[in-house]
Design a protein around this ligand. Structure first.
Ligand SMILES: Cc1ncc(COP(=O)(O)O)c(C=O)c1O
Length: 465
């Protein structure tokens, strides 16, 4: 505990101390007991060394140097309740195993739905171990509704005239394509919808793209929109897309893993206008709600649909006669049987601090990203690639002497050098097929001065070319 306290109090600029895996394996092995005949005596020094090694070799998510990924710089109180969860061990798929976790799931579903806008009492929410699993579960539900025979009779059901397909924005997260692969729809049957200049799904081209898919014999049953794309944090126009899906009878799933949290901000909620018309919404709290991973909420507009992903019976857990206690069970609605009581981490922050804690942090981080963008626009050796809508921003370092055909590799080299240096942790992503640097502001300890320092580091790394 003392070590963690010290770790949290250290606001020095640190990214990642990248260790050779074989060296780290050796260090981890050196900490293992050689006593196997009887349980070894508790060795406090060894436990301290294990904790130290764990802390030291991680991405320093609480440091202002962390600007690279989407998992949170966690609010420490949330980690405290996660620790309690690990002691009391109350998995949450069934009420009798985790009473409070199941109750707070219902409470948080209602609390957060105030910002989504589904009709109270008619929607549902299940927690899943990550946004990828939420996307898979939503697509499974949509597929089961559109092709009712497949769950029971399997893929052979699909060999008939129906050729199920899913339409997605070109920048959709890979987990959606993966879900299509898992569901037997096939990655090749993904219809990639064109984007506009802001990298949002271009609504004017959705109809023609769906018509073309239909002419090819594809049976599109679901459209996946992103509320915060992974690459640049773009928000697809949900209201307009909902009009299309309603007209064509398609399921609209919104992957809000990254950006759904903007809903809790009065200032930013408009980015998800129309989300109340989505059939399902994936929302990662372990991203912009600042809790430990994983903590994901999958909302369904229609409560009846949440039971359609997994149509199973199992007498040892699913009660045929629902009672007052089993009514809160979610085991029949989520993939996991034993599931982390993840909602405790979000609920404790909500209970103790309320909505404003999240809104303030999110607004600060989005504002910081906008200011960082304005600074970049004034630098003639940097290229901006989009106007940030949230807290993700992609750009390239392009000093005048850099040849055009070297731009992509140069960004990769710079990113690796910055990572190796260990001060800042940033990521990279291909934008229009060319590598770019990417910052994700996930930590309210970051100030604009830190971003200025990062630019200095990038220039320095560029000179080392
Ligand atoms: C838009 C989007 N969807 C889905 C995911 C996957 O979520 P998870 O990492 O929780 O599985 C991510 C992760 O970065 C994401 O950015």
């Amino acid at each position: 505990m003392a070590r963690l306290e010290k770790h949290l109090a250290d606001l020095s600029i640190r990214g990642l101390e990248l260790t050779d895996p074989s060296q780290l394996t050796r260090m981890a092995r050196a900490l293992m007991t050689t006593e196997h005949e009887k349980p070894a005596a508790f060795d406090e020094a060894k436990l301290s060394a294990i904790v130290d090694l764990y802390i030291r070799t991680g991405i320093q998510v609480h440091s202002p140097g962390y600007m690279g990924r989407q998992f949170s710089g966690v609010v420490p109180l949330s980690s405290v309740i996660d620790f309690v969860s690990s002691v009391v061990n109350q998995p949450s798929s069934f009420y009798e195993a985790g009473q409070l976790p199941n109750v707070v799931e219902r409470i948080m579903a209602d609390e957060l739905n105030r910002f989504i806008g589904y009709r109270p009492g008619t929607f549902d929410m299940v927690t899943t171990s990550g946004g990828s699993l939420a996307n898979l579960t939503a697509l499974l539900t949509a597929r089961n509704r559109a092709f009712p025979g497949v769950w029971a009779r399997g893929g052979s059901e699909l060999d008939g005239p129906a050729r199920p397909a899913v339409a997605v924005g070109a920048d959709v997260h890979y987990s959606v394509a993966r879900a299509a692969g898992i569901l037997g729809i096939g990655e090749d049957r993904i219809v990639r919808l064109p984007l506009d200049a802001a990298r949002r799904i271009d609504v004017s081209r959705v109809g023609p793209a769906l018509d073309a898919a239909e002419r090819q014999g594809l049976d599109v049953f679901c459209l996946v929109a992103s509320a915060g794309t992974t690459s640049v944090g773009a928000f697809d126009p949900l209201g307009e897309l909902a009009a299309v899906t309603r007209e064509r009878g398609l399921w609209l799933h919104v992957d809000g893993a990254h950006g759904a949290s903007l809903l809790v901000s009065d200032e930013l909620r408009h980015k998800l206008r129309g989300v109340d018309q989505a059939d399902s919404l994936a929302w990662d709290a372990h991203k912009m709600m600042f809790v430990p991973a994983p903590c994901t909420l999958l909302f369904y507009r229609n409560r009846e649909h949440s039971r359609e992903a997994f149509r199973q019976t199992a007498s040892y857990v699913f009660d045929a006669q629902p009672g007052v206690h089993t009514a809160l069970d979610s085991g029949d609605k989520n993939f996991e049987c034993t599931k982390r009581p993840m909602m405790m981490t979000l609920w404790v922050l909500w209970a103790m601090y309320g909505r404003a804690l999240f809104a303030e942090k999110i607004e600060y981080l989005c504002r910081l990203t906008r200011v960082a963008h304005a600074i970049l626009e004034k630098q003639d050796d940097f290229e901006t690639l989009h106007r940030p809508e949230a807290n993700i921003m992609c750009f390239r370092y392009r000093p005048k002497w850099l040849a055009d055909d070297e731009v992509a590799q140069f960004q990769v080299d710079i990113r690796n050098r910055i990572k190796q240096d260990g001060q800042f942790f940033i990521s990279k992503v291909d934008v229009d097929g060319v590598a770019a640097l990417r910052v994700v502001m996930m930590n309210h300890q970051i100030t604009i001065e830190h971003f200025q320092m990062l630019l200095g580091e990038i220039r320095k790394a560029g000179r080392e070319k």
